[in-house]
Design a protein around this ligand. Structure first.
Ligand code: GLV
Ligand code: GLV
Length: 333
């Protein structure tokens, strides 16, 4: 059996995947294989582990003659054509849950960074421009008592909401589903999109990328927000119209933004790079030592479960698992 790991996924994945009768081929490049390399290696693979930057579309699946599982090393799976996979009986899996806290922590870190202009302050200081304490120097905005808006209140959105509540913020959320337990724990109030835009002092995005959420926030939406509002995105870049955001930030339609994700990663719109009022991180939401190891373990177990025809822990398309045996003995996961 051939397993292709399309990127430098850390331990324990390589150790777990190794075993009798299995050849594990690993692309050691941090950012994963280029397209040609992917198509070449996926051709004879029974299972592939993919990074979120790895596009697995109909063409890639057509090239793969034996593929039975795409184990995505991420919670988001917009890089995989799940419908096509299901049609071909290929199981797609992801790593939800284990990166919720890490991503929520980054969203809160970005919230602070934007509110208190920390990266901008550091650039200022390092440039030798700090001439002493000033009554107006780097004034930001207070977080306590402000309203935190959440677009999407799934696992990560809720974890951000709980942290906002602990910081003394009021929480409002926009979600297809009412979340009564979340409301009870945090006092969060469910609002429609207009309410979300009008009321948020800090708006944090936690929507999966789907055709329905693409450009959820456009220039016209930003114009409906408060002029001192801050937008935070740790979900997927295309959920915001990046060009519209750059324009809104330049015109000070909103105060600032803090982004971990971009429409065309790893490219970042030069208009954003030119602005002081945006904090920019290189897609590091789940980047903690602990989280990446947990993701590696789950991604490896998901992959092996499918190859051994056991129901994996996190199938994205469980309909492709017909005939699999019941839940696996997956150890400590
Ligand atoms: C990270 O962006 C993920 O989807 O895991
Ligand atoms: C992802 O884990 C989410 O549901 O927010």
């Amino acid at each position: 059996m051939l397993i292709y790991v399309a990127g430098a996924v850390p331990e324990p994945a390589p150790t777990l995947l190794a075993g009798p009768g299995r050849e594990v081929r690993i692309c050691r490049k941090e950012e994963g294989p280029d397209r040609t390399e992917l198509l070449e290696n996926i051709r004879d693979a029974d299972g592939v582990m993919t990074l979120l930057s790895c596009r697995v579309d109909a063409e890639a699946m057509a090239a793969a003659k034996k593929l039975r599982v795409i184990s995505n090393y991420a919670v988001g799976f917009d890089n995989v054509d799940v419908e096509e996979a299901t049609r071909r009986g290929i199981v797609v899996t992801n790593t939800p849950g284990v990166l919720t806290d890490a991503t929520a922590e980054l969203a809160i870190a970005l919230l602070f960074a934007a509110a208190r202009r920390i990266p901008e302050s550091e650039r200022f200081l390092r440039a030798g421009r700090f001439r002493g304490w000033g009554p107006n120097l780097m004034k930001g905005v207070l977080i306590t008592g402000k309203t935190l808006g959440l677009a999407g209140a799934g696992r990560i959105g809720q974890a951000v909401g709980a942290r906002g509540r602990a910081l003394g913020m009021n929480v409002v959320y926009f979600d297809e589903e009412a979340r009564p337990e979340f409301e009870r724990l945090t006092g969060a109030e469910r609002v429609d999109k207009a309410g979300l835009l009008a009321r948020s002092d800090f708006l944090s995005l936690h929507l999966p990328l789907t055709p329905g959420t693409k450009h959820f926030l456009e220039y016209e939406d930003l114009r409906r927000m408060k002029r001192d509002a801050v937008v935070i995105n740790t979900s997927r870049g295309p959920v915001i119209d990046e060009e519209g955001l750059a324009l809104a930030l330049k015109e000070r339609v909103i105060m600032s933004a803090a982004l971990d994700v971009y429409e065309r990663e790893p490219e970042v719109d030069p208009r954003l790079l030119a602005l002081e009022n945006v904090v920019l991180a290189p897609h590091i939401g789940s980047a903690t030592v602990e989280t990446r190891a947990r993701m590696a373990e789950i991604a490896a177990r998901n992959l092996l479960d499918v190859l051994e025809r056991r129901m994996p822990m996190h199938p994205v398309n469980p309909q492709a698992c017909a005939g699999f045996s019941g839940r696996a003995a997956t150890g400590t996961v």
